[in-house]
Design a protein around this ligand. Structure first.
Ligand code: CTP
Length: 408
């Protein structure tokens, strides 16, 4: 695959070197264009050495390779350099996409090679943002991201954690180079999409069961894992419906969203959509019990401590698995406390699902409020450990596993 890498001027530009290295190592042909500002952070000699091709940093430079890609014979005449590379790229990756770059791309500016190439791109453009957390959160940046996503730019979510400014934490870190490569490989124009033409139903978040009109029994699931699975399925070419139970995070564009609150609402929505789906991924944390006889008003505490009568909630996944049609693939999640891989495997078999994704929620580095996850994929064929990485990357691995299950 021909990957054009545009490098704007940001501290994380050094990570673009690692991205180029991984892409070349994976067998891709990489050309690099830089903004003049980025040359202050990383010299072009480093990119040239890694890619084995000259690096351009201005529209007025001649390309010694005459628009060719590594492994190709140079052309006979000099092309108009600012268009030649993007014209034949399979994917264009801009990393680190600084706040300024996002603003310039959103406004359609063409003042350097990196922005001009984005404007002329016929292939997928992937932007990997990196900036200070306050700049990322700023309304102007968020509006630019929204504009770019609406125009089919793929804007990767920046990671959270320590930022370049001394002692600062927040959202704005460049996602890891291997994840950018994953996104590039997944969305390259013409590439075989792993779930093309399939209808995927994903549930995410955690249900809330009312105690009275203002209080509820809930759980800590944020919905992040399910949202990332919906995003990855969409990127893999699927038609995706997301049943979101109390999810407060942004939903990927192009995904059909149905919001629910209670387990009953989730069950109703899942039951009516299940018949039309090829794949069900049940990440939602569903209440196991719900209060019965819920008062129509608010429980008055002056009346003393109330006691709650609970009734069990039907297992939605088990119910749907029992009525599955041939060709449907079902995926469940088992969040277990402590080493529960055997319990998760038993759940896979008893609920009748094809893939159970197990994680250990006693590990505070992963799971509920974390950007990271570490899981084991359990199928009838065996167990596959997926090392600790972002939920976005884990979602990619799960989608890959689903594609493999369907292929076998
Ligand atoms: N699930 C479901 N309906 C429920 C409970 C769980 O569909 N009422 C699904 C979850 O979405 C998940 C899987 O079943 O995909 C495993 O959930 P888990 O809560 O671990 O299963 P339980 O059978 O409820 O096990 P436990 O007794 O450990 O809570």
């Amino acid at each position: 695959m021909r990957i054009l890498l545009g490098v704007p001027g940001g501290i994380a530009a050094y990570k673009a070197l690692e991205f180029a290295r991984l892409a070349v190592k994976a067998g891709h042909s990489v050309r690099v264009i830089q903004t003049p500002a980025s040359l202050r952070f990383v010299g072009r000699a480093s990119f040239a050495a890694i890619t084995g091709a000259p690096v351009l940093a201005s529209e007025f430079e001649d390309d010694p390779s005459k628009g060719s890609w590594p492994g190709e014979e140079p052309g006979l005449h000099s092309p108009i350099s600012h268009l030649a590379l993007i014209e034949r790229a399979d994917v264009y990756v801009v990393a680190p996409a600084t706040a300024n770059t996002l603003a310039r791309l959103a406004s359609g500016s063409a003042e350097d090679l990196v922005t001009t190439s984005a404007l002329a791109a016929q292939c997928k453009v992937i932007l990997a943002p990196a900036m200070n957390g306050l700049m990322w959160d700023n309304e102007a940046t968020q509006a630019n991201v929204k504009t770019l996503r609406a125009r089919e730019f793929e804007v990767l979510d920046p990671g959270a954690g320590q930022l370049a400014s001394h002692g600062e934490e927040g959202t704005g870190r460049l996602v890891e180079p291997h994840e950018i490569l994953f996104a590039a490989e997944a969305s390259a124009a013409g590439a075989e999409k792993a779930l093309a033409g399939l209808r995927v139903l994903v549930t995410a978040g955690g249900t809330r069961e009312p105690i009275d009109r203002v209080r509820y029994i809930g759980n800590r699931s944020s919905g992040k894992m399910g949202v990332e699975i919906a995003r990855a399925a969409k990127q893999a070419g699927a038609d995706v419906t997301l049943l979101a139970a109390n999810v407060a995070i942004e939903i990927p564009s192009g995904v059909t969203l149905i919001r629910v609150e209670t387990a009953q609402e989730l069950e109703n929505a899942a039951s009516s959509a299940f018949g039309q789906c090829d794949v069900l991924v049940m990440t939602a944390a569903v209440a196991d019990f719900r209060p019965v006889g819920v008062p129509s008003g608010k429980i008055d505490k002056s009346q003393g401590t109330p006691s709650l009568d609970l009734e069990p909630v039907r297992d939605i996944l088990r119910g749907l698995a029992a009525e599955r049609a041939p060709g449907q693939t079902l995926v469940g999640f088992a969040a277990e406390f402590g080493n529960g891989v055997d319990r998760a495997e038993a759940k896979r078999a008893s609920k009748g699902v094809d893939l159970m994704v197990y994680n250990d929620i006693s590990n505070t580095e992963i799971g509920f409020d974390s950007e990271l996850n570490e899981v084991t994929l359990l199928t009838a064929e065996g167990r596959t450990a997926v090392e600790k990485q972002t939920k976005q990357a884990v979602a990619g691995r799960i989608i890959q596993a689903i594609a493999e299950l369907r292929a076998s």
